[in-house]
Write a protein that binds this ligand. Structure first.
Ligand code: HEM
Length: 432
């Protein structure tokens, strides 16, 4: 992270070469947004290994109008109606995992890193939200276990051939295993919807929309195609959500005054009844917690860079044109830490988001945690809601104490940002 920071601070545009690949880094808000919003010059290339890991025929590699049309169809999976279906699944998985965290914490007096346990929570949530009962416990466990190989393959540039034993080869094997289960889930969902069942997960919602006589878009999606879409969602979300959640826990544990405000808000919204199931309306009322999550991801943005590739010579500024076929990398950190928009930029201040007239809310173009332009994150509302939901549940169920180590404030980039020590927390039950 320190190396990248130096690079970003060296200029609004700077260049490096990795494995002989010419890379232009953009660190200012203006240039980063220009790359993200210039689809006729630059397209996402994700990381170098992404085509092998995701399969080259995955929809995320579509460009221009084809990409727009495909994505328009997928937007229906994130409507408010759809989010309402996902909410109860998210809550029950969060409660299940947090209860297990508490039970495990009782067995030891030591604080434990949440790096892997938080990742498992996220994976379980994603698989159940996407596939509901159409994926077995065994499948969820296998995908969870193998997914780490995929995360490890997400280096900016990998060894170019997926030879046996390389990180990319291992990731491709993990994808194949996951895809088998996801295809089966798509098939089961279609059968379930054909039998007249009510939609209970994202796949069901999708199948039902496709069957709706008023639906105008494309209707035929094979099991494989649906599985590839779900896999693209897993790929795009697993690391970013884990990063957002882990720093959410760390920031709350390190700021008891903020945690107290989160709890006070929960008390009011839940009317003192901590067993009452959450609704979308209750989620909307969590103004302070939503501001905290937004701020936590500003201070520590899960995704700091998104590699793009120029499709032709790109006149990015008055005096510089990026050559065709170069990597161009918009970076988000400096935008999100710009002191003229976010005074005391390293300080966690949820309040900056509570004032509609304040600098932060008046400059939404700087908040590029979820990107900008035609490839802006499709799951951003769902992601924000999920992190809010897990932290809301944790805040009322448990006390957590951060064991600060020399590495707690150091940042490791494993595709996304993580505290270098994995965030050691000690959990104890809380009965408000
Ligand atoms: C805290 C969690 C998340 C963060 C920080 C995040 C961030 C991002 C960013 C920075 C991009 C690239 C945007 C660009 O190029 O302009 C992106 C794209 C994307 N995200 Fe997310 N994301 C998160 C969660 C999710 C979730 C939960 C899903 C799906 C369920 C998802 C699905 C996608 C997809 C499919 C794309 C590619 C969209 C396209 O190419 O049209 N993300 N995300």
């Amino acid at each position: 992270m320190e190396g990248y920071k130096k690079q970003w601070d060296s200029g609004a545009l700077s260049a490096i070469s990795v494995f002989n690949i010419f890379i232009v880094m953009a660190s200012s808000n203006e240039y980063s947004r220009r790359i993200l919003n210039s689809p006729s010059y630059a397209e996402p290339c994700l990381v170098h290994s992404a085509k092998q890991v995701l399969r080259p025929d995955n929809w995320v590699f579509l460009t221009g109008k084809d990409h727009l049309a495909y994505r328009r169809g997928l937007n229906s999976l994130f409507t408010r109606r759809a989010l309402g279906i996902y909410l109860s699944i998210q809550e029950s998985i969060a409660r299940k995992h947090l209860s297990k965290w508490l039970a495990d914490a009782e067995k030891t007096s030591e604080a434990q890193p949440i790096m892997m346990t938080a990742r498992h929570l996220n994976m379980d949530t994603s698989l159940r939200v996407f596939c509901g009962k159409h994926i077995s416990e065994e499948a969820a466990l296998e995908i969870n276990e193998k997914y780490w190989a995929i995360t490890q393959s997400l280096e900016l540039v990998n060894f170019p051939l997926a030879l046996p034993g390389t990180k990319v080869w291992k990731a491709v094997q993990a994808r194949k295993a996951a895809m088998r289960w996801l295809e089966l889930a798509a098939k089961r969902s279609k059968e379930s919807m054909a039998s007249g069942a009510e939609p209970e997960c994202m796949l069901d919602e999708w199948v039902q929309i496709l069957n709706d006589p008023n639906y105008k878009g494309r209707r035929e999606f094979s099991d494989l195609e649906m599985a590839m879409v779900l896999f693209s969602f897993l790929f795009a979300s697993q690391d970013a959500m884990s990063s957002g959640l882990i720093y959410g826990f760390q920031h709350l544990a390190d700021n008891p005054d903020i945690l107290a405000k989160v709890r006070a808000e929960q008390e009011v919204i839940r009317g003192g009844n901590y067993q009452k199931p959450l609704t979308l309306e209750m989620m909307d009322q969590m103004t302070y917690l939503n501001a905290f999550v937004k701020e936590s991801m500003r201070v520590m943005p899960p995704v700091t860079m998104v590699p793009y590739k120029t499709t032709k010579a790109f006149p990015i500024s008055d005096d510089y044109t990026v050559p065709a076929n170069s990597m161009v990398i918009p970076s988000f950190y400096n935008s999100l830490h710009d002191p003229s928009i976010y005074p005391e930029p390293d300080k966690l201040m949820p309040e900056r988001w509570l004032d509609a007239e304040g600098l932060a809310n008046q400059n939404p173009k700087n908040y590029i945690v979820f990107g900008s332009g035609p490839h802006r994150c499709i799951g951003l509302e769902y992601a924000q809601m999920n992190i809010v939901l897990v932290l809301a549940t944790a805040a009322v169920m448990m006390d957590f104490e951060h064991e600060i180590t020399p590495l707690s404030s150091e940042v490791e980039i494993i595709a996304t940002l993580f505290p270098k020590d994995g965030c050691h927390l000690k959990f104890t039950p809380r009965n408000p």
